[in-house]
Design a protein. Structure first.
Length: 83
């Protein structure tokens, strides 16, 4: 499962993680086309930015992937990121 992980440049590891599911009602969109990228870029740009990482998951889309395939992808990404 393709997952884009973003972290502050000055940090190595050990930060809290926000796992992001892009919008689109599980039918359209991608992890790169999400407004989340803009949102988190704005947060990172703030001088008093909280220290955290975020990951955007490229889950399978409906109608080709029937429910709960997208959620399965999301859960698998969550488990993989814990390692």
């Amino acid at each position: 499962i393709r997952t884009l992980v973003h972290r502050p440049l000055s940090e190595e590891c050990g930060l809290p993680l926000v796992l992001w599911a892009h919008g689109g009602g599980m039918t359209i969109g991608s992890c790169e086309e999400s407004y989340g990228a803009d949102l988190f870029a704005q947060i990172y740009a703030q001088e008093s930015c909280p220290k955290f990482c975020w990951a955007s998951v490229e889950y399978r889309l409906a109608p080709e992937a029937k429910f709960p395939k997208a959620m399965d992808d999301f859960v698998h990404a969550y488990i993989a990121l814990q390692d």
